[in-house]
Design a protein around this ligand. Structure first.
Ligand SMILES: [Zn+2]
Length: 386
């Protein structure tokens, strides 16, 4: 399955006339882009805005008399769209008929998703740039239960690993000792990890293979498009306290541990203050289905890193397996973990993370952890198919 990404951007911005010919009130934000991706079982719509805005998603039943299908809508107060998206953006993937945006009142834009099938939806607000992400799930999706897992995983086992080198391009990530940039470390590590996984017979997809800017939803779209069975986001940590050091591994949860929230805010690209607000939105949302597998994956990779690197290097501190509200994990639809491989703000660890020998050792141990995970899952698949 390939995601159909349609950039429908500013090209349609031809018409300056607003609601009923009214002129645009001052002080409003704009819709700067609308994109959608179709996956097996769900469709993702991303509306980019020049400032944050959104309200609750509401659902309307079909209206046969008016020829209207069942639909979802979200009002975007303080946003002006005028008649730019007057013509619906067709999707037609069996789940969404199309996307419409209109000037509902002089100061509010309404986003409407015309549905073909519907079971469930979720919304997430992202910053930098501001965007509203809505995932719409179709009916064939199984009812979610706590600890439930994705069907393809059970059937296929683990074949494709998606490596996500954190940050890149305009986003350097954490900047540490001697000016080292996290984005270079994560890419270097991914390049060393890739051939090791391939030697284990795994297919590897990377969200980026060079130094380029990539949004969270692009990362997860690449992962889903590659048919990934698991998603590994690579990062390096930072702290004000220069002595802070060690390795920690995260899987998705809405835990509000202070320390996890700080790391999550940084990796989500928002300030801790902004994140506190956004986090409340996230807490209300249902967790990904894959948390049982993500927890297993996190535990195995973490133990392997600690054991392997700890044997060869001094002072490798175990900061543990933790839960955190990471958007990149939330947006991905497969078992997912985020590795904080060391602190760039610590002198020793910054040096190590630039050292090819250390990165090779780290890559080796991550690969071993993933291999262990694969064999555990394969055993379960075999047992189920027996
Ligand atoms: Zn990072």
């Amino acid at each position: 399955m390939r995601p159909r990404a349609a950039a429908l951007g500013l090209l349609a911005a031809l018409c300056g006339v607003g609601l009923l010919g009214a002129t645009r009130p001052p002080g409003l934000g704009d819709v700067t882009d609308v994109r959608h991706w179709s996956y097996k079982g769900y469709t993702r719509v991303v509306v980019q805005l020049s400032r944050p805005s959104a309200s609750a998603v509401k659902r309307l039943p079909a209206n046969a008399a008016a020829g209207r299908p069942e639909r979802l809508f979200v009002d975007l107060p303080g946003i002006w769209v005028g008649r730019r998206y007057e013509k619906p953006i067709p999707v037609g993937d069996g789940l969404l008929r199309g996307v419409r945006l209109g000037q509902n009142t002089l100061r509010t834009t309404r986003l409407v998703l015309d549905l073909e099938r519907y079971q469930d939806h979720r919304m997430l607000l992202l910053r930098g740039p501001d965007r509203v992400v809505i995932d719409v799930f179709g009916r064939e999706r199984r009812k979610r239960e706590p600890g439930d897992s994705q069907l393809p995983l059970e059937v296929r086992g683990v074949q494709t690993v998606v490596l996500d080198p954190g940050h890149g391009g305009k986003d350097p990530g954490a900047i540490g000792y001697g000016g080292v940039q996290e984005k270079h470390i994560t890419l270097d590590l991914a390049r060393r990890l890739r051939p090791r996984l391939e030697r284990l017979g795994l297919r590897v997809a990377m969200t980026r293979g060079e130094d380029r800017t990539l949004s969270l939803e692009e990362r997860t779209a690449i992962a889903a498009g590659a048919g990934g069975d698991l998603f590994v986001s690579l990062h390096a940590n930072a702290a004000r306290r220069r002595s802070a050091r060690g390795i920690e591994t995260y899987y998705l949860d809405t835990s509000n541990e202070r320390q996890s929230l700080r790391v999550a805010a940084r990796e989500n690209g928002v300030s801790p203050r902004e994140f506190d607000q956004l986090d409340r939105t996230l807490v209300r949302l249902q967790l990904a289905e894959n948390s049982r597998y993500s927890r297993l994956l996190a535990g195995l990779v973490h133990r392997s890193m600690l054991r392997g690197v700890g044997q060869r290097y001094r002072g490798v501190v175990d900061l543990g397996v933790k839960k955190g509200p990471f958007y990149v994990l939330f947006l991905s639809s497969m078992p997912s973990v985020l590795l904080e491989t060391g602190f760039v703000t610590n002198r020793d660890e910054a040096r190590r993370l630039r050292n090819p020998r250390y990165l090779d050792a780290l890559a080796e141990t991550i690969a071993l952890g993933l291999a262990e995970y694969r064999s555990r899952v394969d055993t379960q698949v075999a047992r189920r198919n027996r």
